[in-house]
Design a binder for this molecule. Structure first.
Ligand SMILES: Cc1ncc(COP(=O)(O)O)c(C=O)c1O
Length: 432
């Protein structure tokens, strides 16, 4: 096993993904290609669901954050695994709808939903809006009135937790474009506003402290702050909502340096914080939701590339250029995110050749990894970047008019194309 149970070295000395030879997959589906182990995703969903029903009970459950990875086939999997879904755009909503996902189980996020988004979400029958602020509340109320419904919402609150992850992915701080801060008094004002609007039903509160968090403490701190806030809102405004959504953010092992964690243990710690706070503040334990994205899909994915060239620059470094790059995985360019790279064609040979893995965009910053060691490759070798299930395909772009790779799902009946490869015709399809 390499990092996660989907990745092994097979008897031919090559990488296998979910029991399928990576070089054969590359030959069959072409490169670059995202390969996703469907059974792995299903098993993580089940673990989350079991942990929620055992440790929180009642209606508490995990909500899959589709921003991590989103396409129709995946929402079908999520529907079968009885997950709820967090959508952040009308495009994600449309994907859930296409998959026949029950829209009452959808939470619609985003810090700036347009009127058109709001109308679309209401007409789609979205269960809950996670409302970000005053203007949006008023717009949701107006559109709900026009549609003749009462729209359930959660209010996005910033509890002021710094989870010590990368700055660009911290969203639970007071200085944030998301939500309303408790410490400034804004969260209380917005609660009063939500309660006063005739076509809105305030069902509870939401917060999200950050991403790639390994320890339970930031979640427990957020839970304690949010429970205190709920008690205060009960006292101040007679608020009687039932849902506490603690957002996403559990960390994922990308390299050997990352820890192995138990999501169940973290959920257990959060559950005891919530129950203890309920007793202390004399309020009922809420229905607890969390929105894991990365931790559900990241470890199920790998990206396969073909080597085009190996450029050794003595005294400097060795560039291995592949047929993808920042257009399918912008995370190294954006955040310096670290990945495990393997020469899938020579996986059993010593990883003794230090490389910079370079993409093919006209951009010197187009890199996937630096200072990683793999078995020395040649043109035509298949390179795998592991743990790319989250925030790769969903963040892919057409920069340099590079077509996006396909997504190949490996399910019980073997590999299938879940999203086809973009073509040059797709690239020019919108041009008038
Ligand atoms: C509101 C919200 N929920 C859930 C998530 C998913 O987080 P992760 O993929 O780290 O679990 C995010 C990610 O940024 C988010 O902003």
């Amino acid at each position: 096993m390499i990092l996660h149970d989907s990745f092994e070295i097979n008897e031919n000395g090559r990488l296998s993904i979910a029991g399928h030879d990576a070089v054969d997959l590359a030959a069959k589906f072409g490169t670059p290609a995202f390969i996703i182990d469907e059974e792995k995703i299903r098993s993580v969903c089940r673990k989350y669901r079991e942990a929620f029903s055992e440790l929180f009970g009642g209606e508490s459950r995990p909500v899959y954050a589709g921003k991590a990875l989103c396409f129709t086939d995946l929402y079908r999997v999520m529907r079968e695994e009885k997950m709820a879904a967090d959508c952040v755009s009308s495009g994600e909503l449309a994907t859930a709808l296409k998959a026949g996902f029950p829209m009452r189980d959808v939470f619609f996020h985003g810090n700036n939903k347009t009127d058109d988004d709001i109308r679309y979400a209401i007409s789609s029958g979205v269960g809950y809006f996670v409302a970000d602020g005053e203007e949006e509340l008023i717009a949701i109320d107006r559109e709900a009135k026009n549609a003749g419904i009462t729209q359930k919402i959660l209010l996005r609150i910033t509890p002021g937790i710094d989870p010590h992850t990368h700055k660009k992915i911290i969203t639970g701080n007071v200085d944030s474009k998301f939500g309303s801060a408790i410490s400034t008094g804004r969260a209380s004002e917005i609660t009063a506003l939500a309660m006063s609007l005739g076509n809105i039903e305030l069902s509870g509160f939401h917060c999200h402290v950050g991403s790639q968090i390994f320890e339970p403490d930031p979640f427990c701190d957020a839970a304690a702050i949010m429970m205190k806030f709920i008690a205060e809102m009960k006292k101040e405004h007679g608020y009687a909502g039932t849902i506490l959504n603690l957002g996403g953010g559990f960390g994922v092992r990308y390299t050997e340096d990352d820890p192995i964690i138990s999501y169940r243990d973290n959920i257990k710690a959060i559950a005891s914080t919530v129950n203890e706070a309920a007793k202390r503040f004399l309020i009922d334990p809420p229905t607890v939701l969390m929105e894991p994205g990365r931790s559900i899909v990241a470890a199920a994915g790998a990206t396969l590339y073909t080597v085009g060239s190996v450029k050794e620059i003595p005294g400097f470094r060795n560039y291995v250029s592949i047929d993808g790059g920042m257009t399918d995985n912008p995370r190294y360019t954006l955040y310096g995110s670290k990945y495990t790279v393997i020469n899938a064609s020579r996986a059993s040979l010593p990883a003794d050749f230090e490389i910079t893995l370079a993409g093919r965009c006209c951009e010197s910053g187009d890199l996937i990894a630096e200072g990683v060691r793999i078995a020395k490759p040649e043109r035509g070798d298949v390179i795998a970047v592991l743990v790319t299930g989250a925030y790769n395909y969903s963040m892919a772009s057409n920069y340099n008019r590079v077509p996006r790779p396909p997504v190949i799902m490996i399910g019980k009946n073997g590999p299938r194309v879940a999203v086809r490869r973009e073509t040059r015709e797709d690239i020019t399809a919108l041009d008038e």
